[in-house]
Write a protein that binds this ligand. Sequence first.
Ligand SMILES: *[C@@H]1O[C@H](CO)[C@@H](O)[C@H](O)[C@H]1NC(C)=O
Ligand SMILES: *[C@@H]1O[C@H](CO)[C@@H](O)[C@H](O)[C@H]1NC(C)=O
Ligand SMILES: *[C@@H]1O[C@H](CO)[C@@H](O)[C@H](O)[C@H]1NC(C)=O
Ligand SMILES: *[C@@H]1O[C@H](CO)[C@@H](O)[C@H](O)[C@H]1NC(C)=O
Length: 358
Amino acid sequence: MAFLSILSTILLATASFSQGRQVFHVPSTIQNGASIAQFEYSSQLDAPKLSTVNGSVFDWWYFDVVSADPDNLATAVVILYTTSHDAFPFLDPFDGALPAQIVVTFPNGTLVSTQLLADSATIIAEDDYSSGEWDGTGIKWSGQSSGYTVTIDSPIAGVKGSITFQPVAPAHLPCGSVQAGETLEVAPHLGWSNAIPDSKASVNLVINGTSLAFEGIGYHDKNWIDEPFFAHVASWYWGHAHVGPYSLVWGLIDLTGKEEFGSAYVAQDGKIITAACAADSISVRSTRAGYHISFDLGSEKGRMEADVHILGNLAGLDDDPVYGRFIANVSARIASPSGVSGEEFQGMALCEQFKLTN
Ligand SMILES: *[C@@H]1O[C@H](CO)[C@@H](O)[C@H](O)[C@H]1NC(C)=O
Ligand SMILES: *[C@@H]1O[C@H](CO)[C@@H](O)[C@H](O)[C@H]1NC(C)=O
Ligand SMILES: *[C@@H]1O[C@H](CO)[C@@H](O)[C@H](O)[C@H]1NC(C)=O
Ligand SMILES: *[C@@H]1O[C@H](CO)[C@@H](O)[C@H](O)[C@H]1NC(C)=O
């Protein structure tokens, strides 16, 4: 069955996902029948990856910005989903298929969040960029090679303004750079594409009369699944950081304690040093302050060693052992194969952790 579904994905990819511009309309109702997910890249990195949204699949577009100033705990996260509540039960209960979330923290770390529901959604994929609108929520985004802008005008949520992203590092896929034939599966049945691993971002929002304006480190990716994925996840670590000249993205997923799937991305001054998914490409170890993350940069360069120091939990669930989304500061340096440590750089990160079964 797995082979058959891979085969049909390839057929779909060549038959209907062509370069150029394509418009997708997603209705607000959950559809019946099998949904076909795309798990191999051919074009249109940021397009919808499911043929339909049935009750056991999801696809989402995720945007975040973390303040570049370690004394400022401001963050902004906007997520637009095509999912049922059953397929992604971590959201507040909703009907239909098109929830959206806005989660921000103010400079003092105070969190506010709101969940909205769209009547319909439109996504336009153009080359490897996308634009989208969740009708009825006041949230839309627009992307091109020069960058992305998320615009919010939601009287219901009391949120108005925009977030801009100017990329500073190239897009990548779970196991490498963006190239036809590359896999989109970061773990079995979990798709991932990262259109903006790192960017200069500007947040200008007004939230129920209070301004939230800051410059930071912005990120945009998307994930999708074609079967209830979280049932198999024991733990999940993910995050991104900008540290000196480096852009870092890490992912480590442990499936019911048996199998680990990692993905490591390091770019320096806008050029990819590593984008890999071998099991030993990345390791994440808990420390008293947060995590120590080690990225394999290959036999010549050695490893990128990063210490992630958690400054606050953005999920507003301080006592929830299951899920955390954190703002963190990071120090990172390259350790050469002979053990010589390079210059240490400091920066900021936004990261996430699920701990489910054990
Ligand atoms: C949705 O599609 C997936 C993938 O084709 C399939 O495994 C699943 O059974 C479908 N779910 C429903 C509720 O039809
Ligand atoms: C934090 O900042 C927000 C926005 O300015 C404000 O509404 C809130 O009262 C502040 N909280 C504390 C604990 O100072
Ligand atoms: C703004 O205020 C309204 C009315 O009190 C509330 O429903 C909404 O959740 C608030 N928005 C945010 C982002 O906190
Ligand atoms: C991170 O923040 C902590 C707490 O404020 C501080 O002790 C540490 O030096 C900071 N580290 C970096 C790399 O900025």
